[in-house]
Design a protein. Structure first.
Length: 229
């Protein structure tokens, strides 16, 4: 059963959407406040689709989308009374998958939900990484073995680094690119920080950490990840 989270402060609209989604066979969680949603989305969560109102108490839907996209590829559908082209573009640039203007037709909403959920199957495939029969789930930060036992839970930056390696598989990733991607304008970490991340990955994924097949150090440049060694 698909799990959908609705973040909408107007109770009558929230209840109407929830009822119709449940009639379609979806499991629905309702949240009425932006701050409550922010607290939820800052931790690993398990939803197949998130429907966000843009104008919410305390924390806007746009800010919530930024939080979600820090560690999840879950489809996001914006609902908003603000329907200008600039508003739509702003929402999509933040990583939303679609944007529906209020008032909307219920059939159109249900159709968009169906399309986004169908498309999320491929996204879920892309949101996991199998290394040496251990599966990294980027949405939960967890590593599981073949029996689905949780072996380890990563930090946010560890997951971001694995995502970068996944994107650049087979290519050398420089230290500077890693710093730009993971720390940006924040305080630059010590020289050993990235090395420690790589050592931790080797201990977890390599059969022989001293002779790695997946996580390679390229002297003076950076690192290279090979999934199928």
């Amino acid at each position: 059963m698909h799990r959908i989270c609705i973040v909408e402060d107007e109770q009558s609209l929230r209840d109407m959407i929830s009822l119709n989604l449940e009639l379609e066979g979806y499991a629905v969680m309702q949240i009425a406040d932006g701050q409550a949603a922010q607290t939820l989305f800052q931790k690993p969560f398990h939803f197949d689709l998130i429907i966000l109102d843009v104008m919410l108490p305390h924390v806007s839907g746009f800010d919530l989308c930024r939080t979600i996209r820090q560690h999840s590829h879950v489809p996001v559908l914006f609902l908003s009374a603000k329907g200008t082209t600039a508003d739509r573009v702003a929402g999509l640039k933040l990583g939303a998958n679609d944007y529906l203007v209020k008032p909307f037709d219920l059939e159109e909403l249900l159709l968009k939900v169906q399309i986004l959920l169908n498309g999320s199957v491929q996204q879920e495939i892309a949101a996991v990484l199998n290394i040496n029969n251990k599966v990294v789930d980027f949405s939960t930060f967890e590593v599981r073995d073949a029996q689905q036992k949780v072996l380890h839970t990563f930090t946010k930056r560890e997951v971001q680094l694995l995502e970068l390696f996944h994107e650049k598989e087979g290519k050398v990733v420089s230290r500077q690119e890693i710093l730009d991607r993971l720390w940006g304008a924040e305080q630059i970490p010590t020289a050993r920080t990235i090395d420690n991340y790589i050592l931790a990955f080797r201990k977890l994924f390599e059969q022989d950490p001293k002779n790695p097949l997946h996580f390679h150090s390229i002297r003076g440049v950076g690192y290279k990840f090979i999934k199928n060694a």
